[in-house]
Design a protein around this ligand. Structure first.
Ligand code: URA
Length: 166
């Protein structure tokens, strides 16, 4: 369950696959994926120049949130995955990705829109958390905060001189 360009310096982590993702074998295939594509496009990105995966790489029954145990089981693979991609920018979508990678219990509405320098395994990277697109579909008024975060990401790409392959 990964999509995009493994040579990209921009990595995005979601929560877990749903039914659409399970059928297609790629992350973010459903409605949330369509919105993610729009969000990326708004800062001139698309799936050819980012790399996308999830905290948990199997579909939890009934689309529920992954449990602590499920997250723990996939954690070593997630860290290895980050080490292999070695992104300069790591975007965490939603509280599952935030709480797993930053290892805190903060709520996304407080933690979003801030850059953190983090060492994850052997990878030193700039991390930012933002709202999950599935949440934004339910809470449209939060899209303005999401746009602030997207602009921060756009600025960081420029500052770090990350080359965007078209
Ligand atoms: N699709 C994914 O791949 N991940 C999510 O977190 C949500 C939808």
């Amino acid at each position: 369950f990964a999509d995009g360009n493994p040579n990209s310096k921009i990595m995005i982590i979601g929560e877990a696959p749903g039914s659409n993702e399970d059928e297609q074998g790629y992350p973010f295939e459903g409605r949330a994926g369509k919105l993610l594509d729009k969000m990326l496009l708004s800062i001139n990105l698309d799936r050819r120049n980012v790399y996308i995966t999830n905290v948990v790489n199997y579909k939890p029954p009934e689309n529920r949130k992954p449990t602590e145990q499920e997250i723990e089981r996939y954690f070593p693979f997630l860290i290895k995955h980050i080490e292999i991609i070695n992104p300069k920018i790591l975007i965490l979508l939603g509280s599952t990705a935030l709480n797993t990678i930053v290892e805190n219990k903060e709520v996304i509405s407080k933690a979003r829109g801030k850059w953190l320098s983090k060492k994850i395994g052997s990878c030193s990277t700039s991390v930012i958390a933002s709202f999950h697109p599935a949440f934004l579909i339910r809470q449209q008024e939060q899209k303005k905060m999401s746009w602030i975060d997207l602009k921060m990401i756009r600025k960081k790409i420029f500052e770090l001189k990350i080359k965007i392959e078209k």
